[in-house]
Design a protein. Sequence first.
Length: 234
Amino acid sequence: MQKGKQIYEGKAKILYETDDPDLLIQEFKDDATAFDATKRGTILNKGIINNKLSEKLFILLTDKGIPTHFVKRLNDREMLVKKVQIVPVEVTIRNIVAGGMAKLLGLEEGIVLKEPVLEYHYKEDKLHDPLINEYHIRALGIATDKELDTIKKYSFMVNEALKAFFNSKGLTLVDFKLEFGRYKNKIILADEISPDTCRLWDKDTNEKLDKDRFRRDLGGVEEAYQEVLRRVLE
Ligand code: 5GP
């Protein structure tokens, strides 16, 4: 696969064209940002860890019937993915109260929700990814009814699959963020699945093993990411 020109650089990843117009190379960086990129840093080897974790988790989800943009991992930091048109909505699923939900509703972190909560956030850093609902999405033509139904269905399927998988590795899946894209008129899962995009707590101690260690200056950030990779691959 021939690597072509860079077409996008985000906070954690770079996308390159390939000689196939339907495929891109997604490179994972060690750069870390938080709070709309007002906090910046580096997590040593994060790119390698997130590439390998995303590979494993995308394969698991494909096996569960959820289509994803993942094609294959190329090397330590790069994977081949399908070129999608990203739907500018971040889908968050929460099983336990933390982060944004704790702040929004003035709740203690750690409350186990009676059922998973699905949120949509409009993907726009300048506006701090504001919380929106299905009416905004439909009324503004961000996605169609049919696309939203598919996005919702896949998001809950991802939650069930990842909750069970992480649980079997001694990890509690607190919440996570997904991004979807359009590929040949179908909705597929895109972006990445990693401790950058999921909150993962040790099942026994509730120790945080995700990007909150970076966001909140808890130390041991690289070690936490390594620990998640070790458990996921064992
Ligand atoms: P919260 O809304 O509580 O900040 O985030 C909920 C979940 O989605 C967390 O697991 C968080 O890591 C993930 N998430 C939400 N927004 C973003 C984002 O812009 N970038 C990344 N990497 N993860 C996000």
